[in-house]
Design a protein around this ligand. Structure first.
Ligand SMILES: [Zn+2]
Length: 420
């Protein structure tokens, strides 16, 4: 191929305007996973995850950007695209960092009606996406009698999930039996991956050659990493499948719903016993270490878990789960109760302290009870620190730099599970 030909490298983040509320509203993810798999089979697509897509496009407009993304736009998704144009020989994924002056930022929306007719037939805006006119007749929930006005797209997602018999545990028995559920999201951050790949390459060259630092730096800066990113994404997909399979083995099919795709980046797990939230993280950590043993300290892959009862609106969880990657790879929140964010090695260190042991656990429990009584985090922390030296594993934890807030959050999250 002629390497001087100009090409465009496009990286996209796909989002949706819906605020999924009921279990069947998660049909939006079923459709998204299908569309991404279809697009991923095209020659122009370099790699994709559930919400990320990288593609090469010629610049001669034979395939325009909007045309290439048409299936997503037609299905109601919104695509934020960064587009870099350069000769093919110069067009590696690091162009987004190397030549920001060549990068255009574009947001593509689905085609919309120019005006929404306010007649008796189309009385209002869709209650889920707030962007399209609703269908004339409301959707009626047989059990509660609640009526909702939805557009054809949002109603279509709901019907798809229902037709395929999906999410029945989440919307059925788990809600009725009132189990807490843990929404589990794994994500790959390509910005961080680029830094990690550069660092791994630098360390490899340094360990295996006698080259001076200046020369190594030059090699690192010239690293063409698109192929490495594709390889890494393939391994990441393997990790997703291994993780979901391991969770099924640990928890049983009756406790898991995979939300979308062959290699799910989003799952929900019913926590039927105390301690199971951390079991999810243990499983992730084991699988992660077997696939990416060199990436633990600065992982481009994150695990986020958000816990509440099954009825709590999904879009509130999604706000936490889909946040841009934070400093720590492991993030857990129990809505309204506790939040814990740690790197993978720090999480393992905390687990190894054995804080579930009876004496330590009751000390933590008493401190948490002070908060329940006084609503004061300060008094809670003072209570925990009082006489802490008599509790070897708690004292060891503070000596290792874990904050009192971390220990209390750990204790609260560990206690979640079983019927609420
Ligand atoms: Zn809608």
């Amino acid at each position: 191929m002629e390497t001087e030909w100009p090409f465009r490298l496009v990286r996209c983040k796909v989002t949706f305007p819906q605020h999924p509320a009921r279990a069947h509203d998660l049909g939006v993810f079923l459709r998204l996973a299908e569309l991404m798999a279809d697009l991923g089979a095209q020659d122009t697509v370099l790699l994709h995850t559930l919400t990320t897509l990288w593609m090469f496009l010629p610049t001669d407009k034979v395939i325009g950007l909007r045309d290439a993304l048409k299936p997503l736009l037609d299905a109601g998704f919104i695509v934020g695209a960064e587009v870099a144009e350069a000769p093919l020989c110069d067009l590696s994924s690091n162009i987004f960092y190397r030549r920001p002056d060549l990068v255009q930022h574009i947001v593509l929306h689905p085609d919309m009606p120019e005006t929404i007719p306010l007649t008796h037939d189309t009385p209002r805006i869709c209650e889920l996406c707030h962007v399209r006119p609703s269908r004339p007749a409301p959707e009626r929930d047989e059990e509660s009698g609640v009526e909702e006005f939805l557009c054809a797209v949002c109603a279509g997602f709901r019907e798809k999930s229902s037709r395929e018999g999906r999410f029945n545990k989440l919307g059925g028995s788990w809600e009725k039996e009132n189990f807490p559920v843990a929404w589990v999201r794994i994500a790959l951050d390509y910005d961080r991956l680029w830094c990690v790949l550069k660092d791994l390459f630098r360390r490899y060259v340094k360990a295996n050659t006698d080259l001076p630092d200046d020369t190594i730096r030059e090699h690192v800066n010239q690293l063409r990493d698109a192929a490495l990113m594709v390889d890494f994404t393939r391994d990441y997909n393997d990790l997703l499948r291994h993780f979901a399979d391991a969770l099924r083995r640990d928890f049983g099919d009756a406790s898991i719903e995979e939300i979308a795709g062959e290699r799910p980046e989003l799952l929900v797990v019913a926590l039927k016993e105390a301690g199971q939230a951390f079991k999810i993280v243990d499983t992730f950590e084991t699988e992660f270490r077997s696939v990416f043993p060199l990436c633990e300290d600065d992982s481009p892959i994150s695990l986020s878990i958000s816990i509440s009862n099954a009825k709590y609106p999904f879009f509130e969880h999604w706000r936490f789960l889909d946040a841009p990657q934070q400093a720590n790879a492991i993030r857990i929140q129990a809505v309204g109760r506790a939040r814990l964010e740690l790197s993978i090695p720090r999480f393992r260190a905390l687990r190894n302290l054995g804080l579930e042991e009876t004496k330590a656990s009751s000390k933590l429990h008493n401190a948490a009870a002070v908060f329940a009584r006084t609503d004061s985090h300060l008094l809670e922390q003072v209570d925990l620190l009082d006489g802490i030296k008599k509790f070897p594993n708690l004292f060891a934890a503070t000596s290792q730099g874990f904050s009192v807030a971390d220990l209390l959050a750990y204790h609260k999250i560990a206690g979640i599970g079983g019927v609420l």
